[in-house]
Design a protein around this ligand. Structure first.
Ligand code: DGP
Length: 216
């Protein structure tokens, strides 16, 4: 195999992304596979700190300005992602460009405008979308602490994620999009996540492609 695999876990707030990404990481370790764990937004960088302040409602920013910061936060790590993949390291990533479109378009920004700054980022090989109804997500607790954690907003976000998934699987977008029912027990969700990820843990011989890039 010539390179590592790039797996993204996406979903609504409280859908269990962080738990499932960590569980997959542990499972990979158990079978002796190297993986790197990433999470977007990465709140540790200078840009990430601005995003963090915004999400905690400690600062206010124009919707377009914050959208571009989220995207820049992904671009900050893009060359490192490519380098790691080429060195054979598998990458597990909690959220990516798809959250960028879903959350910003939910605020009323045009879908295509939201997608534009993320065009050409390294494409994941697999996106596991943890699907949960906003009503069920809310029952899980911890909702309401950050800016977007409101049921109405999450309903819109879910609809836009649905559109992104449909487009990913018809277009030559590179990544395979899989929907997993995340309203079930954590162990059952983890089993499904593993079933889809297992085929990639040895890496892949496919070249790295770029998200939504039609120039290749
Ligand atoms: P998390 O750290 O995974 O809880 O994500 C923080 C919040 O930020 C969550 O409500 C989803 C939202 N978010 C993540 N990525 C983006 C993005 O690229 N754009 C926008 N507008 N929101 C995002």
């Amino acid at each position: 195999m010539s390179r590592g695999a790039f797996i993204v876990i996406e979903g609504l707030d409280r859908s269990g992304k962080t738990t499932q990404t960590a569980a997959l990481y542990e499972q990979l370790k158990e079978v002796g596979k190297v993986a790197k764990l990433l999470k977007f937004p990465d709140r540790t960088t200078a840009i990430g700190k601005m995003i963090d302040a915004y999400l905690r409602s400690q600062s206010d920013l124009d919707d377009r300005a914050i959208h571009l910061l989220f995207s820049a936060n992904r671009w900050e790590l893009a060359s490192e992602i490519e380098k790691d993949l080429k060195e054979g390291i598998n990458i597990l990533c909690d959220r990516y460009a798809f959250s960028g479109i879903a959350f910003s378009a939910s605020k009323g920004l045009p879908y295509e405008w939201c997608r534009a700054p993320d065009i050409s980022l390294p494409s994941p090989d697999l996106v596991l979308f943890l699907d949960i109804s906003p009503e069920k997500a809310k029952e899980r607790g911890g909702y309401g602490e950050e800016r977007y954690e409101k049921e109405e907003m999450q309903k819109k976000v879910r609809e836009i994620f649905k559109r992104i998934g449909e487009e990913m699987n018809v277009a030559t977008a590179g990544a395979k999009w899989v929907v997993i029912d995340a309203g079930r027990d954590c162990e059952d969700v983890a089993k499904d996540v593993w079933a889809h990820a297992e085929g990639l843990i040895e890496g892949t011989s496919q070249p790295i492609t770029r998200l939504w890039d039609t120039s290749e």
